[in-house]
Design a binder for this molecule. Sequence first.
Ligand code: ZN
Length: 327
Amino acid sequence: MFRYFFLVLAILGCMGFLSPAACSAADSEKIRYTSAMGRKYVYLRDVARYYNMRYYVWNDRVVLYNNDFKLTFFPQKKYALVNNIKLGLLFASYSSGPNSFISDKDFLLTIDPLIRANAMPQHRLKLIMIDPGHGGKDNGGKFRYREKDIALRIANQLSNMLRKKGFTVAMTRTSDQFIELTQRSKLCRDIGADMFISIHCNSASNPEVSGIETFCLAPFGTSSTNSTSGFVAEHREDGNRYDPNNMGLAYEIHKSLITRTKTIDRGIKRARFMVLKNAPCPAVLIETGFLSNKTEEMQMGSDWYQNLIAQSIADGVMNYSRDVSRK
Ligand SMILES: [Zn+2]
């Protein structure tokens, strides 16, 4: 199914349409392209029309909305809001005269998987691999609590919840055990998992920093959201076969986490973490909070908050499942 999807995408691309997944040639004619900074951009006004959304400009913002979605873009900024959930863009949006633009890659791989979630490639979703980060000699972040311990506790709770919902669940580790990053992806591939969820805790030198961020793999030709070097990977990784689904999954999980925990929203971001690059299925990595922040650390060490995080992730998986497993 995935292979078929990219074949269709390649054909449309060759024909010069570069349209979102599964849209017809007639639809794609509604979208005009322009070039800037060496890449392709689309008119946000056309994107609004394409999704039957209203369009208005308010102060520094460009807003597209309908009954279900409100998209807010901030020209020159590398993020947007989708129903008030923060979403990292691959490239900053920009304005020129009366027009505003986003990159065609953001239209195709950041926005479209959210707005037309049920147009994402369908796939089997039965076996889920949960990956508690770190373990054994690798503590991860070490403060009052150790990252490896919190990650395992959240993963255990999530595993139980997903099993109750009818999924088969495997874990890369079930004890305080060191596992190489490459081994984690290999385990996932060996069992034929349909989804990979990696659980981590964050830390920062500034103890004020807090909140949740959810990562999926950066598409080829783009840099990681947090990259300071601007390094752009020009080749496709294994995990890039699932770009639209990676984003759809990250959105559902992140939305659920932010809505339920009401914590600081640090956004959905792209990265080139090893476990995301090598994933043989749609994959996300969740930074569930900062152990370096005293308040958040206290929460994260408690059963109720670990339970809340696990429940939020499970709800996100269920929502994603409805988008990709409909019959
Ligand atoms: Zn970690």
